[in-house]
Unconditional design. Structure first.
Ligand code: SAH
Ligand code: TMP
Ligand code: ZN
Length: 406
């Protein structure tokens, strides 16, 4: 029996998304036979409400020296992280003499550039060597390491304690949650703050955006589960700020208990989670039914379009799309190909269901009748960019929050 990775309570999976491959494991036909699959079951902890995968593939299968994700490729995210950095500077560093900040999962330095350029002492902890090298090239101090208690002690020995610990879209990747929180405890000064933002459980439940669940995301956090996990280490939430990024995220701000005032958002959002039933099994059974309905609506629609002889193409081969394709059993019979702008994905096939991935030029050369919007979290940007497709009569298939043609 799998135990909760935060509080050790026994977990009972409430649903399975079936056999799933590595979400970012785009592959060539020669690799089809040896492809890795695991059963993707999920649970909500009955004691601490932490939403988690029952099994997660080993880290080496997902993250390697050739990590394909570069944060800085999105200009909207650059602006987002400039705002995040500004908040840290004004709310938590103002008045500090020679402040020091640490970010884990700092990638190519998209956030830390805002500290480096302001002459603020900083350190990025980024294990993926290739992206860390890009950050160093931009003058951002970066150590190629995994963050945990030991790394934190090394950082303190070399630099002294930190005023702020920061993270984005990485805490939900690391299964050893308590080792990370212990590291935060070692790293921070008495009045230091820890900030991190991750896809929010509340948005996933409200929008049936089950595609946020894939191998890399071992956790979907909420205020309830974060408060519970950090309390064991003497920390408490002092603020929580909803974000629009990645289809709905939450930025958590924590400090040592009693060290800083607790803002009104904390109580308000914790209460909202209670009302929404994050701790109740019924909530997850409702989510399971909603996922099943979404699947039958989507497959029904695609079969119907196929029967009518329509051409349907996927738009953006996101990591999230792997869950949708494999859970729904959508293969090349229903989807001609997936258009994606990432060169290393083009010419390969989608994990598990093996739908061909082609360049955007192929999409533009011969518009399909329908485009299935896997990059729904970038809808605004994509729909604006593809005005010509819509003008030519092309239709979009959305599946979040519900399956519909727009
Ligand atoms: N913060 C960036 C990047 C998120 S991707 C953004 O929001 O765009 C997650 C990053 O975390 C990857 O670059 C990965 O190499 C890194 N990572 C994974 N495990 C880690 C760990 N244990 N400690 C620090 N970084 C880690
Ligand atoms: P991710 O959501 O897993 O980070 O992946 C985003 C993918 O979407 C990435 O492969 C690039 C692709 N994409 C497009 O193909 N066209 C677009 O306009 C956008 C915004 C993303
Ligand atoms: Zn638990």
């Amino acid at each position: 029996m799998q135990k909760c990775r935060s509080c050790d309570a026994e977990l009972e999976p409430f649903m399975s998304f079936g056999k799933q491959p590595i979400a970012n494991g785009f592959l060539a036909p020669a690799e089809f036979a040896g492809e890795y699959f695991f059963e993707m079951r999920v649970a909500s902890c009955p004691r601490c409400s932490l939403f988690q995968l029952i099994d997660q593939p080993e880290a080496e299968r997902m993250f390697h020296g050739n990590y394909a994700f570069f944060s800085g490729t999105s200009s909207a995210m650059k602006t987002h992280f400039a705002g995040y950095a500004e908040l840290v500077k004004t709310a938590y560093l103002a008045g500090e003499k020679d402040p020091f900040v640490v970010e884990i999962g700092s990638n190519d330095g998209i956030m830390l550039i805002n500290f480096a350029e302001a002459g603020i002492r900083h350190l990025g902890i980024e294990p993926s060597a290739n992206v860390a090298e890009v950050a160093r090239g931009r003058g951002i101090n970066t150590a190629s390491k995994f963050f945990n208690r030991e790394t934190a002690a090394e950082v303190v020995a070399a630099n002294g304690k930190a005023d702020a610990f920061m993270a984005a879209n990485v805490m939900c990747h690391i299964p050893s949650l308590h080792s990370v929180i212990e590291g935060i405890g070692v790293l921070l000064k008495d009045k230091g703050v820890a900030l991190f933002e991750e896809p929010y459980l509340g948005d996933v439940l409200a929008k049936t955006s089950y595609d946020q669940i894939y191998d890399e995301h071992v956790f979907l956090f909420s205020l309830t589960s974060v408060q519970h996990a950090f309390a064991r280490h003497g920390f408490e939430l002092i603020d929580a700020l909803p974000q629009g990024t990645h289809g709905g995220s939450m930025r958590y701000v924590l400090a040592r208990k009693g060290a800083r005032p607790v803002g009104p958002n904390v109580t308000r959002l914790l209460q909202a989670e209670q009302v929404a039933g994050f701790a109740k099994p019924g909530t997850y059974l409702g989510f399971k039914s909603a996922c099943e309905r979404s699947r039958s609506d989507l497959v029904g629609l695609l079969r119907d379009l196929k029967a009518k002889g329509k051409r349907v193409v996927g738009y953006a081969a996101t990591s999230k799309s792997t869950t949708v394709l494999n859970y729904c059993g959508i293969g090349p019979d229903l989807l001609e190909f997936i258009s994606d702008t990432t060169p290393i994905k083009q010419g390969k096939f989608s994990p598990g269901m093996h739908v061909p991935v082609r360049s955007h030029a192929e999409f533009a050369a011969k518009y399909p009748d329908y485009a299935l919007l896997f990059g729904w979290n970038h809808a605004k940007e994509i729909l604006a960019k593809e005005e010509a497709y819509s003008k030519a009569g092309g239709k979009w298939i959305h599946f979040v929050p519900k399956v519909e043609i727009r």
